[in-house]
Design a protein around this ligand. Sequence first.
Ligand code: SF4
Length: 384
Amino acid sequence: MTETCKPNLAGLSLSKLQSLFVEAGEKPFRAGQVMKWIHQRGVLDIDLMTDISKDLREKLKSTTQISLPKILQDFESHDGSHKWIVQVASGSSVEMVFIPEAGRGTLCISSQAGCSLDCTFCATGKQGFNSNLTVAEIIGQLWWANSKLGCFDGTTERRVSNVVMMGMGEPLLNFDNVMDALSIMMEDCAYGLSKRKVTISTSGVVPAIDRLKDYTDASLAISLHAPNDELRSSIMPINKKYPIAELIRSVKGYMASLPDKRVPVIEYTMIAGVNDHRQHARDLAELLVQLPCKINLIPFNPFSLSDYKRPSDSSISNFRQILQKAGYIVTVRTTRGDDIGAACGQLVGDVNDQTRRSSRHRQNAANRKVFGSTDNLAVSADRV
Ligand code: SF4
């Protein structure tokens, strides 16, 4: 068996690992032992798994592998955030970010190299798309964060308390691999994270949200970013396929399937002059009456291929107040790690784009520099 054909123990969920042992004539509890070595103790060398017999270790060495993505670079922000560049098998690299806060540490994980959805405010979308990450490449990001933060040596308490699937890519377009990775995150013999502390953030792939309840009970965040279909479709092309009413219906269905009373988080990136008007806030408040939720406002974080601007502090404050007066719990995301390009919406990695999108966006940006913003030209023409 060549290395590439061998099952990768680091990327198998508990049930798949149990099946592997049973098929090999071994007891299923071996799966839990192996998971503890890899995901709780950080051990990747089968020879060091000393509660497994020598014969079984030899068998595992010849028939399986343990393989994780490589860390290419490690950046630390002045605010304590980390960004790691992770190389995946397709040859692209993706980014993950760790944000420490009082009482918790959040790891933002990527699910795809690039993204096919091309939201206009997102740096990843401008990179085009290369590949879905494997389960080992997704869970490997959590493994590496624990390793880099010194959590495998038994002396440091767990620093990654929360995981958000909010890095590069649309997680629900890599459904099977993301579901397996989530199950490893929440498995007691692996990372043991609570379902409340693992969040899938989606732009609204409605058919995937509809079947989510059969696979996981993780928390949900919805990238909404606009209070009506016309505006949302103009900044998030996926809305043309799955408009807001369908999305809300689907999210309500998933939330109703959960046994506890959790609500989704509605993510709203505020872009100056695009979706940050007071009327947008009033429309958003009216739209969300039908969906119990929390709202997270994310002031736009600029990046080189975008002309969008961050709204003023007073716009953000006014927007927030309108929503709060309407009875919503509203948070404003503090920008973290922008000195290392780790802020929300800024993740880019190095994607071997299989679409023509990245070169098109680069060309458009270059044209804007030479000729000035095409938007401004349009406005000028109207005035003439
Ligand atoms: S916001 Fe999410 S779904 Fe949209 S382009 Fe960026 S990574 Fe893709």
